[in-house]
Design a protein around this ligand. Structure first.
Ligand code: GGG
Length: 357
């Protein structure tokens, strides 16, 4: 998709703000994309509905029109945040989980890096999270037994196909980082000492994927290692600088990326893309932040970086780097929203980054 998107006359971007602060950070990302001017094809933004709030009004969280538009009308997309309730709501199911599945956005790629001169610890890693399986298939049952009373069960799906697919993506990213001078390493995260069938399959499939391409093994370019997930969390906090590319099943990858965000100051800084072979959708890692939604104080940087990451995946690496450079310069200059301990508003951050572009 990367090179296919190059040379477009216009870039049609589906915008799905969804819930909470998603509605503030997506307009911020839009302004930054517009500020790139002729460095990218003229962006055309198409608002698309989804989310829990949409569900409460219309009875569906992901309208078919949104799926159709994503499949037929746009070149790429940005997603804000979804505020799924923690209790079961009849008829509701997470739209972001469904979108990832319907569009086969099988990888959630989450770079986490500190800023030299600003953060005390040098963190520079990428979490590659499998995005379509694991417990997220949402096959849960509730029964009642005499012995236990209520009994809830969930099916956890791990397939060789999806695990190899995410493995290939992780090896590709590790190789491109090796070529860019990173001390390349790929860490496979699992819990196969306990879940030897499911996590065992994930582990063995990622390792098998690594054997498919001689480039991934040549000259020991990519050092492959593995970590049991609990020990991974411990090491991530103790020595985050030891990690480069981390590949994990869906749920572990989700948890690890919030932990990694803590190492660089805030979830408000961490971007991601949901990537498949033919489509890419940027998405800040943070959620809806209902406590600050609507106050104009949310940190827009994760969404802005997600837009940059989306451009990078489409092949527009120069403009993507321009955005990242502007963000880093502004952070070094000392601009801080509340999550970082400052008082800057969303508008102040966007305007400052815009000015640098
Ligand atoms: N942008 C990330 C996000 O929206 N996080 C919240 C989340 O994933 N909630 C679970 C869900 O509703 O699917």
């Amino acid at each position: 998709r990367g090179s296919a998107a190059l040379g477009l006359k216009k870039l049609r971007i589906g915008m799905i703000p969804a819930d909470g602060v998603g509605r503030e950070v997506l307009p911020a990302a839009q302004r930054i994309l517009e500020a790139l001017g002729s460095r990218i094809p003229k962006p055309e933004f198409e608002h698309l509905d989804a989310g829990f709030e949409f569900f409460t009004r219309h009875g569906e969280a992901l309208p078919q029109e949104t799926v159709d538009a994503m499949q037929n009308d746009v070149d790429c997309a940005l997603f804000g945040a979804v505020g799924s309730p923690t209790r079961k709501v009849t008829g509701y199911s997470s739209p972001i989980v469904a979108l990832r599945k319907k569009l086969n956005l099988y990888a959630n790629v989450r770079p986490v890096h500190s800023i030299t001169g600003l953060d005390p610890r040098p963190v520079d890693l990428v979490i590659v999270r499998e995005n379509t399986e694991c417990l997220y298939i949402k096959q849960e049952t509730l029964t009642t037994t005499e012995e236990n009373g209520k009994e809830a069960r969930a099916t956890r799906l791990i397939t060789e196909r999806a695990s190899k697919q995410i493995g290939r993506m992780a090896f590709r990213i590790a190789l491109s980082r090796a070529r860019a001078g990173h001390p390349a390493g790929l860490t496979i995260v699992h819990k196969s000492n306990v879940l030897s069938t499911t996590d065992g399959l994930f582990r063995e499939s990622v390792l098998a994927a690594g054997k498919e391409n001689p480039e991934w093994q040549d000259e020991g370019k990519i050092q492959v290692s593995e970590q049991i997930v609990d020990s991974m969390v411990y090491r991530l906090f103790r020595e985050p600088e030891a990690f480069d590319v981390i590949v994990a099943p869906n749920l572990y990858g989700d948890i690890l990326s919030d932990a990694a965000a803590a190492m660089v100051g805030s979830l408000g800084l961490v971007a991601s893309v949901n990537a498949g072979d033919t489509f890419v959708m940027g998405e800040p890692v943070h959620g809806t932040a209902p406590d600050i939604a609507g106050l104009g104080i949310v940190n827009p940087i994760a969404a802005i970086r997600s837009a940059a990451l989306m451009l990078h995946h489409l092949g527009y690496t120069g403009p993507a780097q321009d955005i990242e450079r502007a963000v880093v310069e502004e952070l070094r200059e000392g601009i801080k929203t509340r999550d970082l301990g400052g008082k800057a508003s969303t508008e102040e951050v966007v305007a400052a980054i815009e000015k640098r572009l």
